[in-house]
Design a protein around this ligand. Structure first.
Ligand SMILES: [Zn+2]
Ligand SMILES: [Zn+2]
Length: 228
C-alpha cells in the first residue's frame, strides 16, 4: 500500500472516513492561516474575494482562535479590521461589494474530490480494511464513491454496496437496542456501542459538520426558497 493508501486506511476506525479526513484538513488549514498567514498579502487577497470567508468558516475561524491559548483573537481581529475597511470603502463609493466564493470552501471541495478519487483508485486494498473496521461512509461520500466505482470497477461497486448495507443494518440494530434500553422494564444499561449508535447514525446520514456539509445545506435551501 502506498503512502496515500496508508493515510486513507488510518482514517478508518469509526464514522465516515472521508468526513473525518475533511474535518482534520479544515482544522489544519485554519490553524495554518492563524499561525502563519495572518499578515500574508496573498491570503489576505483570498479573504477579500469573499469579504471574509463564508458565514460558516468565518465563525469557525473565530472559535478556533479563541479555543487555542497560543492564538487568541488578535490575528482574526487584524484580518476582519481590513475586511470591514474594504466594506466601508465600497459603501463610500456607492457600490456594494460582491461576496465571492469562500476560498476555504473551495479548498474543501478540492480535498473532498481528491480523497474520494484516491479511495476509488485503491479500492481493492481498502475495501477489506473498510469491511473489517467500524467505519461507515456517510450517505454523500458513499454515493460519490459508488458512482466512480460503477463507472470504473463494477465488481468493487457491488462489493461496496453489500458491505455498506451490512454496516447500516448493524447500526440500525444497535440504535434499536439503544431505544429498547429506555423501556422501564429493561434491566441492562445501554452498551458503549449502543450509545454511540445515535451520533454515528446521524453521521451516516448527514456527515460531519464541515464547510462542505454546510455549503450543501445552503444550496438545498436556496433551491427550495429561491427568493431568499
Ligand atoms: Zn462523509
Ligand atoms: Zn467557506
Amino acid at each position: 500500500m502506498d503512502l496515500i493508501g496508508m493515510y486513507l486506511r488510518d482514517a478508518l476506525g469509526e464514522g465516515c472516513p472521508v468526513c473525518r479526513i475533511l474535518r482534520k484538513y479544515e482544522e489544519s488549514e485554519i490553524d495554518t492561516i492563524l499561525y502563519e498567514h495572518v499578515n500574508n498579502p496573498d491570503v489576505r487577497e483570498k479573504f477579500k474575494e469573499s469579504l471574509g470567508l463564508c458565514t460558516y468558516h468565518a465563525w469557525k475561524t473565530l472559535r478556533k482562535a479563541y479555543s487555542e491559548p497560543l492564538l487568541g483573537p488578535l490575528g482574526v481581529a487584524i484580518i476582519y479590521e481590513h475586511m470591514l475597511g474594504t466594506y466601508i470603502e465600497h459603501l463610500e463609493r456607492g457600490t456594494f461589494p460582491e461576496e465571492g466564493e469562500c476560498f476555504l470552501c473551495r479548498l474543501m471541495e478540492e480535498k473532498e474530490k481528491g480523497t474520494i478519487d484516491a479511495f476509488a483508485e485503491r479500492i481493492e486494498e481498502l475495501l477489506p480494511e473498510y469491511e473489517r473496521s467500524e467505519s461507515v461512509l456517510c450517505r454523500r461520500h458513499y454515493v460519490m464513491l459508488l458512482q466512480i466505482l460503477r463507472r470504473e470497477n463494477s465488481t468493487a461497486a457491488e462489493r461496496l454496496e453489500r458491505i455498506q448495507m451490512k454496516k447500516l443494518r448493524v447500526l440500525r440494530e444497535r440504535l434499536g437496542s439503544f431505544i429498547d434500553k429506555f423501556d422501564y422494564r429493561a434491566r441492562e444499561r445501554p452498551t458503549k456501542e449502543e450509545i454511540s449508535a445515535l451520533p454515528l447514525t446521524i453521521e451516516a446520514l448527514k456527515g460531519i459538520e464541515t464547510g462542505i456539509a454546510m455549503k450543501h445545506c445552503e444550496e438545498r435551501k436556496r433551491r427550495r426558497f429561491p427568493w431568499r
